[in-house]
Design a protein around this ligand. Structure first.
Ligand code: HEM
Ligand SMILES: *[C@@H]1O[C@H](CO)[C@@H](O)[C@H](O)[C@H]1NC(C)=O
Ligand SMILES: *[C@@H]1O[C@H](CO)[C@@H](O)[C@H](O)[C@H]1NC(C)=O
Ligand SMILES: *[C@@H]1O[C@H](CO)[C@@H](O)[C@H](O)[C@H]1NC(C)=O
Ligand SMILES: *[C@@H]1O[C@H](CO)[C@@H](O)[C@H](O)[C@H]1NC(C)=O
Ligand SMILES: *[C@@H]1O[C@H](CO)[C@@H](O)[C@H](O)[C@H]1NC(C)=O
Ligand SMILES: *[C@@H]1O[C@H](CO)[C@@H](O)[C@H](O)[C@H]1NC(C)=O
Ligand SMILES: *[C@@H]1O[C@H](CO)[C@@H](O)[C@H](O)[C@H]1NC(C)=O
Ligand SMILES: *[C@@H]1O[C@H](CO)[C@@H](O)[C@H](O)[C@H]1NC(C)=O
Ligand SMILES: *[C@@H]1O[C@H](CO)[C@@H](O)[C@H](O)[C@H]1NC(C)=O
Ligand SMILES: *[C@@H]1O[C@H](CO)[C@@H](O)[C@H](O)[C@H]1NC(C)=O
Ligand SMILES: *[C@@H]1O[C@H](CO)[C@@H](O)[C@H](O)[C@H]1NC(C)=O
Ligand SMILES: *[C@@H]1O[C@H](CO)[C@@H](O)[C@H](O)[C@H]1NC(C)=O
Length: 504
């Protein structure tokens, strides 16, 4: 019996045996696990199954064997290490990229098929591509924001300057990042140690960040306590969109696909720009702000009024339930139901999106409304907006300690290792941060900043519309509850580009 494709292997029901993936990955023999390395929190869409993914490859030509595994899977990683490196010896590194790294680089299909214990992805900065001699007009990725690097963009993003940045992110020394994800940190450590010993002096470690999903009942929740990763767009054919989930042209996320209007080198096809930001979160300070400013709504205790304020800042309750559909109280059943928790446009009957004072459902300034205005900027959304990103971040740092809770002061750094994928940084992450979150006039005059991520170079931020009982009551936030520690812009190439262009 000859097994040609993964699908056939599955249909014969042979689990946990050595299989080889068709085509490009023919040379690789990977053991199939019985379980996924990912954790799918209730409330997030399920990832496509192997059959669905195989269909996508066949029917819409979405080459999931070639797209690196992190790009389309969203916020489902249990443990992840970000390993930022500089290239010291380019010829040596190129050789090892081919022989040591490439065999471990994990495709989307392999993640879905549970074919790896540790997912490895690799991405390069502009200076990294230069170090690899991927230069000249024919190799130009044509993304000016990427080309300059993130440090040059700090001011534009609302960071005061780079004084709060992790020093290693300042400048353009980082050539690349390796992302390693698994269901145990031990497995990541083993893989990384092995890689480092094989790569030897061809690279140098510049900075490394350990991250993990929060424990127990907080799995899937970011450090302020809110379920995260609920609303990510999907691309044609990857999975059937759930109600309210954006279905965007493939080229909005993957370079060189339909919907990406920029001229790119051939080899860049099916890659994606990876925006990395280390975003520190001041959790006790955030909680104190909520405790000090409860919404005074009839029928709510002060604690519930504080919860309501937090929910209106995000646009969702901690469970993930959108305030637009559940305006006064959290609704955990709604939060964990992915068929209902994203099913709104802000323009349903009863809400007038043209009236800046009508914020009974959801404040215009709420984080999810700032970063995805839905009907506020017109429907159908995939025609009116090309400003979608796939978020693939993960929390870092420990849980809040009792000391920090009682002093209302952060003592140990924690936050979000923010990762966003898009085919165009100026339309994606940079646009969301600069033109929407940091723009007090978006989507109407007087809306104010996004209270979660909006930034005014560390100066005060007016945020309006948070109090549903009185939308003329304005808030002025004097603390940034999210502090940028910087990051870098990368390009996450297709696996064939690593094989045929970057390592030769
Ligand atoms: C520490 C920083 C951040 C925190 C705590 C945070 C938290 C959240 C939470 C709780 C949600 C709702 C859950 C969901 O829909 O998945 C969300 C959604 C979202 N966030 Fe953030 N976020 C942060 C940074 C950012 C940044 C920097 C951006 C982009 C510039 C961003 C863009 C988005 C988008 C696009 C959505 C989905 C909106 C939708 O589709 O309805 N977030 N975020
Ligand atoms: C991968 O593992 C998950 C459980 O963790 C399982 O539900 C899924 O069916 C597996 N996929 C394949 C293709 O074996
Ligand atoms: C895959 O495609 C086949 C035929 O086109 C269809 O019958 C089947 O339902 C699809 N399976 C999934 C999981 O999408
Ligand atoms: C860089 O690439 C160019 C052609 O693209 C080639 O002529 C040159 O020799 C390469 N340099 C190095 C150091 O590999
Ligand atoms: C950076 O910005 C902060 C806050 O605005 C300010 O205190 C500091 O002096 C600035 N540093 C530099 C080097 O400009
Ligand atoms: C993984 O390595 C890091 C240091 O690189 C260490 O702090 C951590 O304890 C290790 N984790 C495990 C499970 O070995
Ligand atoms: C836009 O989304 C709708 C509904 O989700 C879908 O039917 C349509 O094919 C999408 N159009 C594009 C260009 O992706
Ligand atoms: C989505 O919301 C619409 C009303 O806005 C409703 O008609 C539809 O049944 C909802 N879908 C689900 C799955 O709840
Ligand atoms: C919606 O609000 C706008 C601006 O305040 C107003 O001109 C319009 O008449 C309102 N529409 C409805 C249906 O109330
Ligand atoms: C922490 O903040 C709460 C709420 O404002 C306040 O009651 C408490 O006294 C503060 N604790 C300290 C040590 O300042
Ligand atoms: C709140 O801010 C809005 C917009 O800037 C402004 O029109 C309004 O007068 C302010 N309300 C109060 C009470 O200051
Ligand atoms: C941003 O902060 C400055 C002070 O540095 C302040 O003058 C300005 O009004 C703030 N921007 C907005 C839009 O409120
Ligand atoms: C609404 O808030 C404004 C500004 O804080 C205040 O002047 C006004 O009295 C409030 N209105 C009500 C009905 O509480």
């Amino acid at each position: 019996m000859k097994l040609n494709t993964l699908a056939q292997v599955i249909s014969f029901g042979l689990c946990a045996q050595i299989v080889s993936v068709a085509g490009l990955n023919e040379a690789r023999s990977l053991e199939r696990r019985k379980t996924s390395i990912l954790f799918n929190p209730q409330g997030l869409p399920q990832l496509p199954g192997l059959q669905e993914a195989t269909n996508a490859s066949r029917q819409v030509g979405l080459n999931l064997d070639d797209v690196q595994g992190d790009i389309l899977i969203g916020m489902r990683k249990l443990f992840e290490r970000f390993f930022f490196f500089g290239i010291l010896n380019a010829p040596d590194f190129k050789a090892k990229l081919k022989t040591e790294i490439l065999p471990l680089v994990t495709s989307t299909m392999q993640v879905i098929a549970n074919e790896t214990d540790t997912m490895l992805n690799i991405a390069f900065s502009q200076t990294g591509l230069v170090a690899l001699n991927i230069t000249g007009p024919t190799n130009d990725l044509n993304d000016a924001v990427f080309a300059k690097g993130q440090a040059m963009d700090a001011f534009n993003l609302g960071d005061p300057n780079t004084t709060n940045w992790v020093p290693e992110f300042v400048g353009t020394n980082i050539h690349g990042v390796m992302l390693l994800a698994s269901d145990t940190e031990a497995s990541i450590n083993t893989t990384l140690a092995d890689l480092q010993s094989k790569l030897g002096n061809s690279i140098t470690e510049i900075y490394s960040l350990r991250t993990a999903m929060r424990p127990n009942e907080n799995r899937g929740h970011e450090h302020f306590g809110f379920l995260d990763g609920i609303s990510n767009p999907t691309v044609g054919g990857f999975q059937d969109p759930l109600p309210g989930q954006a279905l965007v042209p493939t080229g909005e996320i993957l370079v060189g696909e339909t919907g990406d209007s920029v001229t790119r080198p051939e080899w860049a096809k099916d890659g994606s720009f990876l925006v990395f930001r280390q975003l520190k979160q001041l959790v006790p300070e955030f909680n104190k702000f909520l405790a000090d400013n409860p919404i005074n709504e009839p029928g709510l205790t002060p604690e519930q009024g504080s919860e309501l304020l937090g929910a209106r800042m995000v646009g969702r309750w901690k469970s993930g339930a959108p305030v637009f559909l559940s305006p006064k109280f959290d609704d955990p059943d709604l939060g964990k139901d992915p068929t209902r928790n994203n099913n709104f446009t802000f323009a349903e009957p009863g809400q007038n999106i043209s009236d800046p004072t009508d914020q009974s459902g959801c404040p215009f300034s709420a984080h999810i409304r700032k970063t995805r205005p839905r009907a506020d900027i017109g429907l159908p959304e995939n025609v009116t907006s090309n400003h979608h990103i796939v978020r693939a971040g993960i929390p870092y740092g420990p849980e809040v300690t009792t000391d920090e809770t009682s002093s209302n002061t952060t003592e140990i750094e924690r936050g979000l290792a923010f990762v966003a994928y898009q085919s165009n940084i100026a339309n994606g992450f940079q646009f969301l941060q600069h033109f929407w979150a940091n723009n007090p006039k978006f989507v109407h005059q007087g809306v104010g900043f996004d209270p979660i991520i909006g930034a005014n170079a560390s100066a005060e931020r007016p945020v309006n519309g948070l109090d549903p009982t009185n939308t003329t009551r304005n808030f002025t936030l004097t603390t940034d509850f999210v502090v940028s520690r910087g990051g870098e812009y990368f390009f996450s190439p297709s696996i064939s580009a690593i094989a045929n262009t970057l390592s030769v």
